[in-house]
Design a binder for this molecule. Structure first.
Ligand SMILES: [Zn+2]
Length: 148
């Protein structure tokens, strides 16, 4: 879809900080992170949200998100992680192309979408450098789930 920012990111027509890609999804840093390390798992195919996405793509996207959540908890010592998808405007969906948020929580305190800030180059590089050594765990996770 031409007017969809995530389709343009998937096609490489729009800049993003990509951390992972396979045949069904890409994972990028959210441009407006709630916390350091906020990631988006985006299906390569365009769906509006979880209500119309192919179940195989939903399972795949949440599996990649789960592997990333484990990297944050087990390897990078996050205190918690939110894995969430928003479906529909009343649920807080802003971009109408199915995606799963992976939001590591480094501090105690309530979750709030209003704590978003603009991602800059330095923050993006620090996330990429920290997470890079663990990315092979995604394929291991998918294999152990029988998905890959
Ligand atoms: Zn799209």
């Amino acid at each position: 879809m031409k007017d969809c920012v995530f389709c343009r990111i998937v096609a490489g027509e729009e800049k993003s900080f990509k951390i992972y890609e396979d045949d069904r999804v890409i994972t990028i840093l959210d441009k407006y992170p709630v916390s350091w390390g906020h990631l988006l798992v985006i299906t390569k195919k365009h769906y509006e949200s979880i209500h119309d996405a192919d179940p195989k793509d939903i399972v795949h996207a949440f599996s990649v998100a789960s592997a990333l959540a484990r990297i944050y908890r087990n390897d990078l010592n996050a205190k918690g992680v939110n894995v969430v998808t928003n479906s529909g405007r009343p649920a807080g969906q802003i971009i109408f192309h199915f995606h799963v948020h992976v939001i590591p929580r480094w501090h105690e305190g309530e979750f709030s979408w209003s704590s978003r800030h603009v991602l800059d180059e330095d923050e993006a590089k620090s996330v990429l450098n920290k997470i890079k050594p663990y990315l092979s765990e995604i394929d291991e996770f998918l294999r152990s789930a029988g998905i890959k």
